[in-house]
Design a protein around this ligand. Structure first.
Ligand code: ATP
Length: 205
């Protein structure tokens, strides 16, 4: 099974990395791919350029054999829709390989506003990670799915949803950008190599 973590990664930080590793291990993934997006449809434009975000992702994951970076969203024209990314991965990897799209609870709570969200669920499993400050509502459309808290996804290629608890880390890229702007140190919120890159390129000032 391959895990996919999409995001702006503006910048990538320890919560992305630690939660991804926990999910990859508990689901028995052979690989987890970080796929930075070029033009996230629902969000303000990233502060760092696409190439800078790509370089920071690569610096962050260096040396972790489970992690890969995939630049297909940066090389595509137009909006980075997850449904297109998953279709393109299916074209490369075939229809049989289990694929799991990993997202935080904050992202999942808005999932039904995503472009062709039903098709996303046909293309991959969804693995929803807990995130401090974002609680699911049992009355909402996904309420019955909340009981699914184990990662038994390997027997089918796509279509299941599971909710996994990960180490709660209250780190966000927004807070990191704000701290940089306020001239406060962001050291120890992200890998040293990324911290140095931000300093060398005067990002987020
Ligand atoms: P921003 O503050 O700019 O919105 P972010 O820190 O939320 O950024 P993204 O690049 O938007 O980071 O997130 C990529 C993915 O990682 C999303 O699915 C998001 O839910 C998840 N994620 C980010 N931070 C955490 C966290 N602290 N705990 C759990 N999941 C997280």
């Amino acid at each position: 099974m391959i895990g996919i973590m999409g995001g702006t990664f503006d910048p990538i930080h320890f919560a992305h990395l630690r939660t991804a590793l926990e999910i990859a291990e508990s689901c028995g993934m052979e690989q987890l791919r970080f796929i930075p997006g070029s033009v996230p449809p629902h969000r303000p434009q990233p502060k760092a350029s696409a190439e800078q975000r790509w370089e920071m992702v690569n610096l962050a994951i260096a040396g972790e054999p489970l992690f890969q970076a995939d630049r297909r969203e940066l090389d595509r024209q137009g909006n980075s829709y997850t449904v297109d990314t998953l279709s393109s991965l299916r074209a490369d990897l075939g229809t049989k390989l289990p694929l799991a799209f990993v997202l935080g609870m904050d992202a999942f709570l808005a999932f039904r506003s995503w472009h062709r969200w039903q098709d996303i669920m046909q293309l991959a499993h969804l693995v929803v990670m807990s995130r401090p400050g974002y609680a699911p509502d049992p009355q909402d459309w996904y309420g019955e799915l909340l009981a699914q808290t184990t990662c038994e996804l390997r027997s089918t290629a796509a279509g299941r949803v599971t909710f996994l608890s990960v180490t709660p880390l209250e780190i966000s890229a927004t807070k990191i950008r704000e701290a940089c702007k306020a001239k406060k140190s962001v050291r120890f919120l992200l890998p040293d190599a990324v911290y140095q890159y931000i300093q060398e390129h005067s990002l987020y000032h």
